[in-house]
Design a binder for this molecule. Sequence first.
Ligand code: AR6
Length: 231
Amino acid sequence: TSDKTIRELSIEPTKENHHVNEGKEQSGTCPLDGVPTLAFPSISTADFQFNIEKASDIIVETVEEFVNKIGNGRLVLVDISHGSKILNLVKSKAAIKNIDPAKFFTFVGDITKLCSGGGLHCNVIANAANWRLKPGGGGVNAAIFDAAGPDLDIATKKRAGSLAPGNAITVPLPSRSPLFSNQGVTHVIHVLGPNMNPKRPNCLKDDYNVGCKVLHEAYSSLFENFASIVK
Ligand code: AR6
């Protein structure tokens, strides 16, 4: 582990150490370092079946566009699974584009336990939502609504009843929500990405001309919402 620590602390980013902070997992501590941080899942690439190669290009492009518009804020792409293909693709593409690894990195962990389980304080988390902004339904949406408790549903309903593909909406989290008190999350940003799954509403039937445009809009809208919170 000491080798790993040394590699993580090295100043010169290399392809190997560039983004994933695997060593920080399970640390059980969470320094609230005060740096505004957005943790976001890969929108549309699981239940919505969006092509991950195309999605990884769009994530890196949009991050590159916004990374200098968020003050001292940081962006963190999170996935729960260790062998995450999307994380690995994004990691290598971000390294090629020389995106500052202090401002953008990838992280393996449960987005609802980043502070307690991962030692990473993220004051804002994004949700890959459904168009009705309904709790449940599996994936990261179910995990976030479960972890936040009923307050997130109530606060969400106050803001909006539905979301169009490509849009995002910020919901401030009441301080009594466990996600706030245990993880330090003050805002959830719901994002609706393009859907390629025929079993879900608004399926684009493999129309990647529209799909890529909508996914780009979804990330732009997400990062704009985060920028407004940072200011
Ligand atoms: N922590 C971090 N990442 C996660 C977690 C978690 N707890 N759970 C899943 N992921 P998905 P979509 C990753 O399917 O494709 C829902 O039912 C997952 O590995 O949640 O946009 C909604 O209600 C993947 O990389 O979102 C919608 O109907 C990413 O999160 C629909 O699914 C997104 O996977 C949205 O589908």
